[in-house]
Ligand binder design. Structure first.
Ligand code: OXD
Ligand code: MN
Length: 604
């Protein structure tokens, strides 16, 4: 890298020497034609957008309908996270555990050194310092991503607190997360997303797609973050974070882990149905939380991100009116359909009245008769958090918000009731560790298969999940006032395949019961699997639901659960001796309770 082509940070943009040295090291490897340090200013963002339009990376949308917004089309084979090319590179395979792909650090570095050598020779290398977490928060952490993708650069501007603010936080000589990304040739056969937790580094090559390329998100905030959290005594989780304000003005904060594309975003900004007059919902985040034990022995959480990278299909005025406001301006859309008026469209938005001249997500004329979707099922939007009309006033609070309840949600058409509460923290960890869900389009591979997804973290835990469960257990011991923990499932179906529960805004009925439980007011019935809403405790008035459907939603299927414990045991066994015995004990206790179910007075 000749010094002549390095655009040095300006005087008011002093980068610490350890950061400079690292950027130079990556420059020597990737040999970019140009290096541009990003400061995060508005003017710079406008310049990048203009460059994106000139180079056809971004298509400007109708400025009246979508002010400041753009469409990007990814390579058709680069449309989702690719877990098969994602590696945890710890010194031993056991440290990565059975749920992760593992590669020895030396072997991974050798492959990456070869692939990255000169990869940016004709390209610009953007240097993107970013801050995860609120400004001035001791729990916030700095990272830096270098990338040759302008799309990544503009997305990082929306997703993180980026540029000068991060450098201010970093100071001299402090540790930071290091991310190196190149779109390379987009060759899926040589795609690698490699994490080196011990080095706080991640390298990603041959994909430009969100979760593979916006390294702050899954790679840093979750995979490296979870590893660091274990060292330092905190938790990095795949959770939404919201506040439920009651008519008295009291806000109760809930965090919820749900697998990808299972409705975290819709839940985090739910609009209360008419029945809940005086209630307001406040969104703090929709995808990631960092949680710590506060000085008062309570659980506190922040959203380390500053933007939404949400799934477009299915988002509409009906399902998420607040998100529709959020993405009404300054938004980057990826892989949605384009109309001749310069507006965007996706399945589930509304009924396409006259789709003449529409282009599908690949830019091809869209013919609905062909039966192919106009938008990719994993099409996305990127928008800043502050545009959300119900963003929580405390979303930037350096202390975070106190968490009263943790939800573990899944997408299961059978067995798992609509909602139930754990007996205590340890049982709650068991509910999280046994989460399983039907797969969605957020990752490549078949959809609709049941896979085990503990705490919704299976694709995102940067170390052996047995150690992760143990970390959850000891973390809980430090909480003098632990939150309550719940399992929820909005996705139960009847024999004909129709959803039993209306979902969306009506989920507030479930949240209401949860909040009331947190304040010691709602009734519950004890069953072998946990506390279910007591008779009449869940408000179902005005719902068009048959008594059979309701019964079904709260039934405890003894044989089904006994069978489920066998699948759980198979999973637990994959961790060998490392698996915490406390969770085996929880399972044994459950089996005992199920076997004596009649005596404990359950419904079946
Ligand atoms: C996401 C995911 O993009 O979980 O948030 O895939
Ligand atoms: Mn996610």
């Amino acid at each position: 890298m000749g010094h002549s082509n390095i655009q040095l940070p300006t005087a008011n943009f002093q980068s610490p020497s350890n950061l400079q040295e690292w950027v130079e090291e990556i420059g020597r490897l990737t040999k970019p034609a140009r290096v541009v340090w990003l400061d995060g200013s508005d003017a710079e963002y406008e310049r990048l957008l203009a460059e994106g339009v000139d180079t056809h990376v971004l298509i400007p949308l109708n400025p009246e309908k979508h002010p400041g917004s753009y469409l990007h089309r990814s390579h058709p084979k680069d449309v989702a996270r690719t877990e098969q090319s994602t590696y945890i590179c710890t010194p031993t395979k056991e440290d990565a555990g059975p749920t992760n792909n593992w590669m020895a650090p030396d072997e991974a570095h050798a492959i990456l050194d070869r692939l990255f050598d000169g990869v940016m020779r004709t390209r610009t290398m953007y240097v993107i310092p970013f801050l995860m977490g609120p400004e001035s928060a001791p729990s916030s952490r700095v990272g830096c991503e270098v990338t040759d993708s302008l799309y990544v650069a503009v997305n990082m501007r929306l997703m993180t607190r980026m540029g000068t603010v991060a450098l201010k936080h970093l100071g001299q000589g402090r540790e930071f997360f290091k991310g190196v990304h190149s779109v390379g040739t987009l060759d899926a056969d040589h795609r690698y997303i490699c994490h080196f937790p011990q080095e706080r580094r991640v390298y990603s090559i041959n994909s430009g797609y969100g979760g593979n390329a916006l390294l702050s998100k899954k790679c840093v905030a979750l995979r490296l973050g979870s590893w660091l959290g274990r060292q330092e005594g905190w938790l990095a989780e795949h959770m939404m974070l919201m506040g439920v304000e009651d008519p008295q003005g009291r806000i109760t904060y809930l965090a919820g882990a749900f697998p990808s594309a299972c409705g975290k975003t819709n839940l985090a900004m739910l609009r209360p149905p008419a029945r809940f007059k005086g209630y307001r919902m406040w969104c703090v985040g929709d995808d990631i939380v960092w949680m710590r034990v506060g000085d008062d022995g309570r659980l506190y959480a922040v959203n380390p991100e500053a933007g939404f990278f949400g799934v477009a299909p299915g988002t509409s005025e009906r399902t998420n009116p607040h998100m529709m406001r959020t993405i009404a301006r300054h938004t980057i859309f990826t892989n949605v359909a384009l109309t001749p008026e310069g507006t965007v469209w996706w399945e589930g938005l509304d009924r396409p009245e006259h789709p003449e001249g529409w282009l599908d997500w690949q830019g091809r004329p869209w013919d609905p008769a062909r039966g192919e979707p106009a938008a990719h099922p994993n099409a996305r939007f990127t928008a800043p958090l502050h545009q959300c009309p119900v963003i929580a006033p405390r979303w930037n609070d350096p202390h975070g918000v106190p968490i009263a309840a943790i939800l573990f949600g899944c997408r299961r058409s059978t067995l798992v009731p609509l909602v139930y509460e754990s007996f205590n923290w340890q049982h709650g960890v068991y509910l999280g560790a046994t989460l399983s869900s039907e797969t969605t389009a957020a990752a490549t591979g078949a959809t609709g298969l049941i896979r085990r997804d503990p705490m919704a973290m299976r694709p995102f835990c940067g170390y052996n999940m047995a150690d992760y469960f143990a970390h959850w257990l000891t973390f809980g011991e430090r909480l003098q006032h632990p939150p309550k923990m719940f399992r929820v499932n909005w996705f139960r179906k009847d024999e004909r395949g129709a959803f039993l529960w209306p979902g969306f805004g009506e989920n507030l009925r479930v949240l209401h019961w949860i909040v009331e439980r947190c304040h010691g007011r709602a009734q519950a019935t004890s069953t072998p699997i946990g506390h279910l809403p007591g008779p009449g405790a869940l408000d179902t008035e005005g719902l068009d639901m048959s008594p059979e459907a309701l019964r079904e939603l709260f039934a405890v299927d003894r044989a089904g659960w006994l069978e489920a414990t066998k699948r759980q045991a198979e999973f637990f066994q994959t961790f060998g001796d490392r698996f915490p015995s406390a969770l085996w004990d929880e399972q044994q206790a459950l089996i005992q309770r199920l076997k004596t179910m009649i005596e404990v007075g359950s419904r079946k």
